[in-house]
Each structure stands twice: as C-alpha cells, then as structure tokens.
Design a protein around this ligand. Structure first.
Ligand code: NAD
Length: 239
C-alpha cells in the first residue's frame, strides 16, 4: 500500500486528489490548517488528518516522522491585486504559502523518502505565463516550477522524481473567488465573469478537479518513472 501525503487537503483540488487515492486503496494523509475541513475530505475513508500550516517549518517537519512514497505539495493561495498597491506583507504571504511551503514540504519529505518516491507540486498555468493583477502569485508559481526543475536533477540518482502539474482555471473555492473578484471589478455577473476568465482557454470552460487528479495519478504511477522535471499543463490547450 503506497503512503501518500496531500497538503492543503481540506478543499478543492487537494480534496479531490486525496479522495481519489484513498478510493484506490492507498494510505492517505491529508494536512491543512482546519481539522473540520480535513475531516470532511476524509468522510470515513480512513485517511489520517493532521493540522499543519505549510509555512511553519516545525509543523511541516513533523508530518514526516515516517516516509511517504508520494508527496503532493498542493497548498496554495493568491489574492488578486495590482503590484503598485501591494503591501509587502501580502507579497510575502503569497510567496510563503506557494513557494516556501513547497520548499519546506519537499525538503522534509527528502529526509526519509525511498527509491521510487514521487514529489509532485501543484503549480499553475501561472508558472508558465503572466497575467494582470496576480504578479505575486505568478512570481511564486514560476518559482515553484523552477524549484521542481532544479530538484528533479538533484534527486534523479536516488530514483525519485519531481514534477509539476500546471492547471488553468479549476472549479474550486479558489476558482470561485477569482470569478467573484472579476465580477466585482467589472460590475458583471458571476456567470459572465467565468466566461471572461475561460475565454483564453480553447475549451471555453473551467477545469474539473477530477481532470487535475488524472494528471497527478499519472505522475505518481510507476509508469511515469522516467518523467522527471516536467510541467504537465492541464489547461485545455491554453498552454
Ligand atoms: P482551494 O483554496 O480550494 O485549496 C487550497 C488549499 O490550500 C485550501 O485547503 C487552503 O486552506 C490550503 N492552504 C492555504 N494556505 C495554507 C497554508 N499556509 N497551510 C496549509 N494549507 C494552506 O483552491 P484549489 O483550487 O484547490 O487550489 C489548490 C492548488 O491548486 C493551489 O496550490 C493553487 O494555487 C493551485 N491552482 C489552482 C487553480 C484554480 O483555478 N483553482 C489553478 C491552478 C493552480
């Protein structure tokens, strides 16, 4: 039975990944800041739920007393704002959760990860292209992909792979918040905001969490043993 850790497992993409692996029969641990949300994800599937803020070094280290076979650094956040208006604290907190959180998670995972281990970062199309009003998020997610590409070369000789999944707009609480922000800024309905957001996507629709899960499942599989340092775009052709 594989041991799998998913950070930010209390909602959205992390919840879908954790539930899919648990339903496959893997031993899944989910971490996050709110225990109630983690218990909701678990829903009686026998997952281990651990309270952990990925920006807190000691809390992250404590997740890894025993080794994991697959570690999905999924926790992330971003609030849209023009760079010229952005307080340093907001910049810092977006870098902390997305980039430093991934660094802390992977570094701790590597203390005892065995041959065949899989490090998977939830990056974004924002790791591959820019966009207005999300500079801190774009900078952090580009950083995540840089970390993945460099680390992939460092761990290759240990038989470990490190890859990134890069989704476009996914139908999750974060996707909803992005649509709400656009609706408010332009005085349009939520529905119009969603169509505006997905207009850059050739498929013209939001991505389902299950479509991101499929990419994670592949990168975690033994079939993906020679896929290393890759940015797997799940964006309907946007990238
Ligand atoms: P979400 O808001 O539902 O999930 C993010 C999770 O991370 C939440 O459970 C949140 O509580 C957790 N989290 C935030 N800060 C944390 C911290 N400091 N410590 C621990 N947990 C923390 O959104 P989602 O869409 O499921 O996002 C999951 C990942 O996918 C994120 O890394 C996000 O950047 C990425 N992503 C999302 C989209 C999208 O459109 N939804 C697109 C591309 C990439």
């Amino acid at each position: 039975m594989r041991r799998i850790l998913v950070t930010g497992g209390g909602s959205g993409i992390g919840r879908a990944i954790a539930q899919a692996f648990a339903d496959d029969g893997d031993a899944v641990t989910i971490s996050g800041r709110r225990m109630e949300a983690l218990e909701e994800t678990n829903g009686g599937r026998g997952m281990t739920c651990v309270a952990c803020d990925v920006t807190e070094e000691a809390q992250v280290a404590a997740l890894f007393e025993d080794p994991f076979d697959v570690v999905v650094a999924n926790a992330g956040a971003g609030t849209p704002m023009k760079l010229r208006d952005m307080p340093l604290e907001q910049w810092q907190s977006i870098i902390d959760v997305n980039l430093t959180g991934t660094f802390l998670t992977f570094r701790a995972a590597l203390q005892n990860m065995q041959k065949g281990g899989r490090l998977i970062a939830m990056a974004s199309t924002a790791s591959l292209q820019g966009g207005p009003n999300i500079s801190a998020y774009v900078a952090a997610k580009h950083g995540v992909l840089g970390l993945v590409r460099a680390l992939a070369q460092e761990v290759a000789r240990d038989g470990i792979t490190c890859n990134a999944v890069c989704p476009g707009f996914v139908d999750t609480p974060m996707g909803d918040a992005a649509a709400e922000g656009v609706a408010k800024r332009f005085g349009i309905s939520q529905e119009e905001a969603v169509s505006r957001i997905v207009s850059g996507n050739p498929m013209r629709r939001m991505i389902e969490p299950a479509e991101v899960v499929a990419a994670v499942r592949f990168l975690a599989s033994s079939e993906a043993s020679m896929v290393n340092g890759h940015a797997l775009s799940v964006s309907g052709g946007e990238i």
